[in-house]
Ligand binder design. Structure first.
Ligand SMILES: *Cc1c(COP(=O)(O)O)cnc(C)c1O
Length: 421
């Protein structure tokens, strides 16, 4: 403990932490090691992890298959750049992603964070129109409750009020941020929006679940309405599946569960099972063809230093192996059933506004505000790591979590709900 105190205390002075008012934020919890769906703290106590390190560690921490792939790649060749050189893992991963994603999504551009994957999707959509017809379509339709990243372009397509970016109104480009078409009236409104503006490059949506906005869920019909409107007005449809991809909703992609295929998809988070940063933007054949011409100007001018990082791609390939060899999607469906059974009764409480589940996601939304940081500490004292988003207490566990551990998370939430009465 004394040693951990040293790095922790001196580091806390110099590290700038995510989404935190450093002056008032309570200290984070030092973690010494991980295993499965559990975190071991520096003081030796165990936390059952309800979050999965920002929704990434779907195979559980330290899965031997992923560690082995990382070690093997590290020994052979940590990485070589994709400009002018090639390595097997990125090429294999691109081939495999084309095989498992819906429709004719088939060309993959690798980045190292979800935000940049969305930036690339936006750039592709704008350039697609330029390459095809010379039109300047520079704006996007996105949705209230949505979250697509923290970089400048992605801030502009997040929910302008709910989001963490309201300070930057007027600084980031203006977009058409509107209501999801979850009613007939709203579907008509989207249709009118697309027909009355000729500057729209694409519609951008998190399919089925808006994650960071509070695990808000919508039906496949909503996505079908978007697909239909985009088709009618020749506008691209982008699915940001950075959260929902890789089994989270119970199918490999939310697009599969909804039966709707986008023109561009963004992947990240669970792509490497939480081991290394890696994200991907995939375009359909039709979109890609606008770039595949004899003109140098039609090329996609983008190239992050670490695009297609070899260790990340090796781990991602191993993660796809696990989806084939271990019953991941069955595990997700079992989690959904268990969470629905254990948490739905909370909806009877007068101070609980809503309980919702979809795949390995459950959200209990309270009717009032509470101190999120105090709640996080309360959960830690109960041996659980749960980090509410506003009024929403949610679980996004590893798919391999043991049923007893999942029950421990559910009962911690039930006990928390009792303290809020
Ligand atoms: C997390 C997330 C992002 C941003 O990904 P980063 O890797 O944090 O940049 C974008 N879109 C969605 C839907 C996300 O959940």
């Amino acid at each position: 403990m004394a040693r951990s105190n040293e790095w922790f205390r001196s580091g806390l002075e110099h590290i700038w932490l995510p989404y935190a008012q450093m002056k008032t934020a309570p200290d984070p919890s030092p973690i010494a090691s991980t295993e499965g769906a559990r975190l071991k703290m520096e003081d030796g106590s165990i936390l059952i992890d309800g979050v999965g390190s920002w929704w990434t560690s779907v195979h559980g921490y330290n899965h031997p298959t992923l560690l082995k792939a990382a070690h093997a790649q590290l020994d052979a060749m940590p990485h070589v750049m994709l400009g002018g050189l090639a390595h097997e893992q990125a090429y294999r991963l691109a081939t495999r992603l084309a095989g498992i994603t819906p429709g004719d999504l088939y060309k993959t551009f690798f980045t190292e964070s979800g935000s940049v994957a969305v930036e690339v999707a936006m750039k592709v959509a704008v350039q697609y129109a330029m390459n095809r017809t010379g039109e300047r379509r520079t704006r996007f339709v996105s949705f209230k409750g949505g979250y697509h990243g923290d970089t400048f372009a992605t801030m502009s397509v997040c929910d302008p009020e709910e989001g963490m970016h309201s300070l930057f109104a007027g600084v980031v480009p203006e977009q058409y941020v509107t209501d999801l078409p979850d009613t007939d009236d709203r579907a008509e409104a989207i249709d009118r929006l697309l027909s009355s503006h000729n500057d729209i490059a694409a519609v951008l949506v998190e399919p089925l679940i808006q994650g960071a906005g509070g695990m808000r869920m919508h039906s496949p019909e909503t996505l079908k309405a978007l697909r239909a409107a985009c088709d009618r007005h020749d506008v691209l449809l982008i699915f940001d599946e950075i959260f929902t991809g890789f089994g989270r909703t119970g199918e490999m992609f939310a697009a599969d569960r909804a039966g709707v295929t986008p023109d561009i998809i963004c992947l990240g988070k669970a792509l490497t099972g939480g081991i290394t940063p890696l994200a991907a933007t995939m375009a359909s054949r039709r979109v890609y063809e606008a770039f595949h011409t004899d003109s140098a100007e039609h090329a996609l001018m983008h190239g992050p230093t670490f695009t297609g990082h070899a260790i990340g791609c090796a781990v991602a390939n191993a993660g796809l192996d696990l989806f084939e060899t271990e019953p991941r999607l069955d595990q997700v469906r079992a989690i959904q059933a268990q969470l629905a059974e254990e948490l739905t009764p909370l909806s009877d409480l007068p101070h609980v506004a809503d309980v919702r589940t979809c795949g390995a996601v459950a959200a209990v939304e309270f009717a009032h505000d509470f101190d999120v940081e105090a709640a996080r500490r309360w959960f830690i004292e109960r041996g659980t790591f749960i980090r509410p988003l506003g009024r929403v207490v949610y679980l996004t566990p590893a798919y391999v979590i043991a049923p007893e551990d999942l029950s421990a998370l559910s009962s911690a939430i039930a006990d928390f709900a009792a303290t809020q009465a």
